[in-house]
Design a protein around this ligand. Structure first.
Ligand code: ZN
Length: 278
């Protein structure tokens, strides 16, 4: 078997003129507009893409009403199909869901939507760990919701619409993988055309054109982290997400490092003087 030379991934992800919110059977969807579709290549700006993914994921991870709803319905793991069993969070609660929905609409406008294919699964942010251990799942034999889920998924195949809850779990999963270190070392490469090119070179070239946004994001992250040894990190001082030269980086800038250190020094001095004053 010859060594393959992976030289190139390019994306051809559909991006519409705009995306709107629509409710069907009590579920909120993001639906592509009718304007002509343009394809774009997410690999043109890997850093920018990954930062926007993690920012949108952080909005989901920080949204208590949504996560409380999921945990109250014992969704463990978090699977998009559970919203067909227990009811959608977003359609009946426009106000509580607003910050997440706003982030998703903005994200879709810039990057398009992934293809809704199979059940999307993830878990909760680390701060829920204790409560998850106390959660006992009920046995439930009612599987009628699975048929409703499948019917909804099939209806979306031609329109390109994606349920808000599905997109929310997709983005939350990226956030948890990248920022909280949830294991995610293998992923399927979906909707890609593979091309083998060979000529005078010793190693044939394998190139792929990818049509699915989720696959592009996974590949972009693999190229950045496993390939270049970089990482997506959150600054310990200002909270900003940034692309770090290596995964141990904690601050977005020398300024934030300095500010954090002097904050800690002031805190220690204050604590000491309190102790000595007693
Ligand atoms: Zn910072």
């Amino acid at each position: 078997m010859p060594t393959l030379n992976f030289t190139h991934f390019s994306g051809a992800v559909p991006r519409y003129g705009g995306y709107s919110l629509e409710q069907t059977d009590g579920v909120l969807y993001l639906v592509p507009g009718t304007l002509a579709v343009r394809r774009y290549d997410p690999f043109e700006n890997i850093d920018g893409l990954l930062l926007e993914v993690v920012k949108a994921g952080a909005v989901v991870a920080g949204r208590e009403p949504f996560l409380e709803y999921c945990i109250a319905h014992k969704m463990l793991p978090l699977r998009d199909v559970e919203f067909w069993r227990h009811g959608d969070f977003f359609a009946p609660r426009p106000k509580e869901g607003q910050p997440i929905v706003d982030a998703l609409v903005a994200f879709a406008g810039r990057h398009g939507l992934p293809i809704w294919e199979g059940i999307v699964t993830t878990t909760y942010p680390a701060r829920y760990a204790q409560r998850l251990m106390a959660l006992h799942l009920d046995e439930n034999d009612d599987v009628a919701y699975l048929a409703r889920y499948e019917a909804a998924r099939r209806a979306c195949q031609s329109s390109g619409a994606v349920p808000v809850c599905t997109l929310v779990l997709t983005l939350l999963d990226f956030y948890l993988q990248w920022i909280e270190g949830l294991d995610g070392v293998a992923f399927p490469i979906r909707h890609a055309d593979w091309l083998m090119a060979y000529g005078q070179e010793k190693t044939p070239r394998l190139t792929a054109q990818v049509y699915d946004l989720t696959t592009c994001i996974n590949l972009a992250y693999a190229l950045l982290t496993a390939g270049q040894g970089k990482a997506v990190r959150q600054c310990k001082h200002c909270g900003k997400f940034f692309i770090a030269e290596d995964r141990r980086a904690e601050y977005c800038s020398p300024r934030c490092r300095g500010a954090y250190n002097s904050k800690m020094t002031r805190k220690r001095v204050k604590e000491r003087s309190l102790r000595e004053g007693q």
